[in-house]
Design a protein around this ligand. Structure first.
Ligand code: NDP
Ligand SMILES: N[C@@H](CC=O)C(=O)O
Length: 427
């Protein structure tokens, strides 16, 4: 007897959407073996004409109201109409798969409350870490753990840009263009380079880890990578570090400390060898200790692979009529967790001062640093750069409080030519 199809409505036929269709077509046998029933894409909605005109639907509302569709895959990105698509699909009795970290992080409460009320499921593995099964790893694999820390390279585009700048000395602009061409970047790449995409992913992981909605606005996005200088990447490379954009969430006795910023990682650190579009996420549980997740964080097929896994897993519960019976995200919307203010954490830093080229400038800077107890581990002084009347002093500090560093930077301001570069060192 022929088995019933699971009918999928796909909304958004761009980089990832096309990858999903490709994998479902190429891996038909694997999918059938895993689910028991075949899966077929019944309709595709996109703003533009598509290469499968027989499936094309112009308005997403027609997919949501189609009684034959069991599962809706939202792959348009952005906040709206993505939020409407997700919530209206749930209300119409459909299960949902989405890769949209921006909408999930911003409307977490609304989306999962709606899913619970309508007893439907929302799966979102591709929203964090591309193909890496970190959502499942955290919510299922580490279900018994008290999570102490989540730290990671969570954005493929920025990691790719930093790798290109370091390995091939290409400019930031050129590297960003290549990342866009490869399909890694968001439709608006400022989300990647300014650290917002990393913050969205960190908010999702933190919400899962601590059972309360961690809002993106409570994360200190100290800065992204847009104003990083190739010079700093190369100097710190010589000092024994790689620059990485790190999202970090740490449970302390006073609350959760959440931040996004470029950090220097020692060449021996697990994150130092994570290059190109790869991501790595270290989750530390009280009993498990460190658990490291690694894989491609961006790109058509890695992201689509995670989406298709969600489609398969959700289809299995659709077949057995269990989708949405147990909530996918267990959290208490009334539970408040204390978030620490930015910049309180204790860490060593890399500092670079661009200075007027005068004989006493080095001793002046050293004097001010020592007055504020910012002791020096490594330093490099370069003067008469390009025969111009300026120099630069690059320093790796010993462990110290960021308040002391700020005071020293303020005191040094009068003898510097431009803003001091300050990058945290990850330990
Ligand atoms: N690319 C990647 O590596 C990864 C992406 N993601 C996430 O996956 C999602 C999709 O990303 P990606 O495929 O790269 O994005 P794309 O911009 O390549 O694709 C989105 C598609 O949706 C279409 N679209 C936009 N608005 C609508 C609408 N209202 N109705 C119908 N179609 C619409 C777009 O058309 P138009 O181009 O005309 O706007 C475009 O074809 C995003 O949430 C992204 O963050 C997650 C992991 C990795
Ligand atoms: N733009 C994102 C895509 C995947 O989430 C990234 O570069 O990581």
């Amino acid at each position: 007897m022929e088995k019933n199809y699971i009918n999928v409505g796909l909304i958004g036929y761009g980089t990832v959407g096309k990858g999903v269709v490709k994998i479902l077509e190429e891996n038909k046998k694997i999918v059938l073996r895993k689910v028991g029933n075949p899966i077929r894409i019944k309709s595709i909605c996109d703003l533009n004409p598509i290469d499968k005109p027989e499936l094309h639907v112009k308005n997403f509302k027609d997919i949501i109201k189609d009684p034959e569709i069991d599962l809706i895959v939202e792959l348009i990105g952005g906040y709206e109409p993505a939020r409407t698509i997700i919530t209206e699909s749930l209300k119409a009795g459909k299960n949902v798969v989405s890769a949209n970290k921006a909408a999930l992080a911003k409307y977490w409460d609304q989306i999962f409350t709606t899913a619970q009320i309508y007893q439907k499921s929302v799966y979102y593995e591709a929203s964090v870490g591309g193909v890496i099964p970190v959502v499942q790893g955290l919510s299922e694999g580490l279900a018994s753990e008290e999570i102490l820390e989540i730290k990671g390279i969570l954005n493929g585009t920025t990691n790719f840009i930093l790798s290109e700048m370091k390995k091939h000395c290409v400019s930031y602009e050129e590297a960003l263009k290549s990342a866009q061409k490869a399909g890694y970047a968001e439709a608006d790449p400022s989300f990647d380079v300014n650290g917002i995409d990393t913050a969205n992913k960190l908010a999702i992981l933190a919400s899962l880890a601590w059972g309360s909605w961690v809002k993106v606005k409570s994360i200190s996005v100290i800065k992204g990578i847009a104003d990083l200088d190739i010079e700093d990447i190369l100097i710190t490379q010589d000092f024994g570090y790689n620059v990485k954009l790190i999202g970090s969430a740490q449970k302390t006795k006073d609350g959760i400390d959440l931040s996004v910023q470029p950090c220097l990682v020692n060449h021996e650190h697990a994150f130092a060898t994570v290059e190109n579009e790869y991501n790595a996420i270290m989750i530390t549980g009280k009993d498990s200790g460190d658990v490291l997740f690694y894989g491609k964080g961006a790109g058509q097929l890695p992201a689509a692979s995670a989406v298709v896994s969600d489609i398969i897993n959700l289809s299995k519960s659709i077949v057995t009529n269990t989708a949405g019976i147990v909530p996918d995200v267990v959290y208490d919307s009334t539970k408040k967790i204390k978030i620490l203010p930015a910049g309180k954490s204790k860490a060593p830093y890399y500092l670079k001062f661009t200075v007027i080229d005068k004989p006493d400038v080095l001793s002046k800077i050293s004097g001010i640093l020592s007055k504020f107890k910012v002791s020096i581990a490594r330093s490099l002084a370069q003067f008469n750069i390009s025969k111009k009347n300026y120099g630069r002093i690059s320093i790796i500090t010993h462990e110290t409080y960021s308040e002391n560093i700020e005071k020293a930077i303020n005191a040094i301001k009068s003898i510097t030519k431009s803003k001091t570069v300050k990058i945290k060192i990850e330990i």
